[in-house]
Design a binder for this molecule. Structure first.
Ligand SMILES: [Zn+2]
Length: 183
């Protein structure tokens, strides 16, 4: 079993465009930069085989499919024009049983250790996405169960501070789930 890990954004959205930093906080913290630091913390905690999957968004599914990973985790931060928007959600392809199960495990683990509320579905924090919906291209064109992790809102100063001050706890919440995956 090999886990594919993608850090959201960083590359151009499509080849030929400028690099995409992802969402940016009021203080200038970039989503891609946040998750790059997160992966540095996550790496030493992982006891399962994994590999980085990184490409322009429109090319990600083909790269993941060719890499032969058994599951794909794409790390993001949520963002809203409402600075008080908050909470954890994990997106999966509607109809994917394994995707939903993984989304649920990750959302609950993050919510429990970071004390965030679960968005969308307050029981599971999982969000089923349609092919044309947010992240639909990645979620539906990959051949393995894929999830998009939105642990907190980078646009919410209190959540950004909490997830920055306690980034190691967030990494541990991810590792706890990933290390026990058996697909
Ligand atoms: Zn993102």
């Amino acid at each position: 079993m090999t886990i594919g890990i993608n850090i959201g954004h960083g590359d151009p959205f499509s080849p030929g465009l400028p690099p995409d930093p992802g969402a940016v906080s009021a203080t200038g913290v970039q989503e891609h930069a946040y998750n790059t630091r997160l992966l540095h913390r996550l790496e030493p905690l992982l006891s399962v085989p994994w590999r980085r999957i990184q490409a322009p968004y429109t090319q990600l599914p083909a790269l993941a499919n060719a890499a032969g990973v058994d599951v794909l985790i794409s790390l993001h931060c949520n963002s809203s024009s409402n600075p008080t928007a908050n909470g954890t959600e994990v997106l999966h392809a509607r109809g994917s049983v394994a995707g939903r199960a993984l989304a649920m495990l990750l959302a609950r683990s993050i919510s429990a250790s970071m004390r965030t509320r679960l968005r969308h579905d307050p029981e599971t924090g999982s969000v089923p996405v349609e092919p044309t919906g947010r992240g639909g291209l990645l979620l539906f064109k990959t051949e393995m169960p894929t999830v998009i992790v939105e642990p907190f809102f980078i646009s919410n100063p209190a959540e950004l501070k909490h997830f920055t001050d306690n980034q190691g706890d967030y990494a541990q919440a991810l590792a706890t789930v990933l290390n026990t995956l058996q697909l």
